[in-house]
Design a binder for this molecule. Sequence first.
Ligand SMILES: CC(C)(COP(=O)(O)OP(=O)(O)OC[C@H]1O[C@@H](n2cnc3c(N)ncnc32)[C@H](O)[C@@H]1OP(=O)(O)O)[C@@H](O)C(=O)NCCC(=O)NCCS
Length: 344
Amino acid sequence: MTAKISPSKGAPYARILGVGGYRPSRVVPNEVILEHIESSDEWIRSRSGIATRHWAGPEETVAEMSLAAGGKAIADAGIAASDIDAVIVATVSHFKQTPAVATDIAHRIGAGKPAAFDISAGCAGFTYGLTLAKSMITDGTAQNVLVIGVERLSDLTDKEDRATAFLFGDGAGAVIVGPSQVPAIGPTVWGSEGDKAETIKQTVAWDEFRTGDVSRLPLDSSGNVKFPAITQEGQAVFRWAVFEMAKVAQQALDAAGITADQLDAFIPHQANMRIIDSMIKALKLPDHVAVARDIETTGNTSAASIPLAMERLLATGEAKSGDTALVIGFGAGLVYAATVVTLP
Ligand SMILES: CC(C)(COP(=O)(O)OP(=O)(O)OC[C@H]1O[C@@H](n2cnc3c(N)ncnc32)[C@H](O)[C@@H]1OP(=O)(O)O)[C@@H](O)C(=O)NCCC(=O)NCCS
């Protein structure tokens, strides 16, 4: 007879208990970007909505920014660090791939010996992590999960590339996801479109870069081999985001059984202010819905963008604890993930 395996016992539902963010101290206005590219403050503001972004200093590493954001999320959730039994870190800009940065963060934040791992899902990384955390809690493999989205995209930005130099910023956002007696994180609508993998990518793979072959690698204006950076087909990504992501956002609303007018807040990935405005129109969001527009002063921080925007929306009082918010992340892969949550 086959041995019977006991089923795992989880909480009925999961919710976000607390949120925290860390923005590097250096604020970088468009004027600094214009030192390297032919453009204007007016063009950058009108085409992307970005006025300033933060760039991390040498001490503001992926781990340090994560510890700062994670510490705030723990305090906001009102739990002890030792209550955390899983740490998920979403990032594409931690340069030391082994070991996962999540284990270092878990140890230094005082979580003891939790499960800890990194995930790579571009600008959807945070929403992917949130989805995993929810499943872990309802499955019973974790009670309290620290989910961090963190990037140092300034390290992966080609400051001479007109198409991307102004877009990216650095920072970390974190949430604690814990058990709930009522549904507070809806079904996630997620997926990938690998046929569009070339539209956002690293310019040169690390092993190619290592060859240092000046005849085959991109060179900067001084003739030196350029460090790998994130490049994109801006218009193709823009069109995809505007047309396809509004549909995904609507599917997430439908899956949660929520209509647009029942929403209190909309927290999309902060990629471009015009993408945000198009989604508002496509979803027919009423005026009372608070919309995260953190991109203006934070730029695109990829995996960090949604938790940072969530933290700011709550800190400014535009949204409040218990509000119903639609979140959607999308980016390199191409990948996407959307869900409806109750704000912490
Ligand atoms: C990057 C982005 C802001 C560019 O805006 P855009 O309106 O699509 O700009 P285009 O690339 O079509 O270029 C339009 C014109 O501006 C020019 N241009 C491009 N970059 C410029 C810059 N930095 N400054 C001034 N002009 C610029 C182009 O040369 C082009 O000129 P032309 O019409 O004479 O040929 C926009 O495509 C975008 O946000 N895409 C999505 C980005 C994104 O979300 N990425 C990450 C997803 S996670």
